[in-house]
Design a protein around this ligand. Structure first.
Ligand code: URA
Length: 239
């Protein structure tokens, strides 16, 4: 059971505040009767806005998962490898990943049942910045970092300019922070290979203004209202 304002907001119809205005304007009906603010809606009730049923849609859910390496970003794997959905067993809705991370890549993965939004975010024109931390063997020189930043040939096509900085290093490995605007197949690994670097580990730490933060591998959380609004805005950068 949930209040009518929350019910409409959870289904992505409008904000709770806007729902109150619609209810006051007598635009919302529950089981054919004009709805009142705060009225409860139970499973099986029919809810209509301006005469159009909205009640049969499952609520939209938006989740951020810290995908561990060793998981595939598909619902099922033909080789029986663990799938990201195995980590989200207590989510009732049928959600699916937005884009993908490779089997051997960890980090920020969004999942939702909002098909329209998923499509928008994975469209090639959605050049939102994705930030990766790559652990590479050895110590890349300034020249390699500059090549990566300017764009390198990957599968016969030059990559778009990227931001590349050194995070830290020890005697054998270097941690690089790479910010890219594309999402081509195994792009970061292929970019690094193009300048002779072997990737020993790769983690996506941010997608636009969504950050992995303190989420540990295998953990997930529901996005905040602000984060969802940001996604729906097309992840536009702040001016
Ligand atoms: N680049 C890669 O190489 N792999 C990923 O999973 C994501 C970006």
């Amino acid at each position: 059971m949930e209040r009518i304002q929350k019910y409409l907001a959870a289904r992505g119809i409008c904000s709770r505040r806007a729902a109150e205005d619609m209810i006051r304007a007598r635009r919302v009906r529950i089981n054919g009767e004009t709805a009142l603010i705060g009225q409860s809606v139970s499973e099986g009730d029919s809810v209509a806005l301006d005469g159009v049923l909205v009640g049969n849609e499952p609520p939209k859910v938006y989740i951020m998962l810290h995908k561990p390496d060793g998981y595939v970003t598909t619902a099922k794997d033909q080789f029986g490898r663990p799938c990201v959905l195995d980590l989200l067993k207590d989510v009732k809705e049928r959600i699916y990943p937005v884009g993908r991370l490779d089997y051997d890549t960890s980090g920020l993965l969004l999942l939702t049942n909002d098909g329209a939004l998923a499509q928008k975010l994975t469209h090639p024109r959605c050049e939102v910045e994705k930030v990766y931390i790559a652990r590479v063997k050895g110590h890349p020189g300034v020249e390699s970092l500059k090549l990566l930043a300017d764009g390198v040939m990957v599968d016969g096509e030059k990559t778009l300019p990227a931001k590349v900085t050194v995070e830290s290093s020890d005697d054998r490995y270097t941690r690089l922070r790479l910010t890219i605007r594309q999402g081509r197949n195994r792009q970061v690994r292929k970019m690094l290979a193009a300048v002779g670097l072997f990737t020993a580990g790769l983690t996506r730490v941010a997608t636009g203004r969504l950050y992995l933060g303190r989420l540990k591998k295998g953990e997930y959380r529901v996005l905040t209202r602000e984060e969802i609004a940001y996604l729906k805005s097309g992840m536009r950068r702040k001016e």
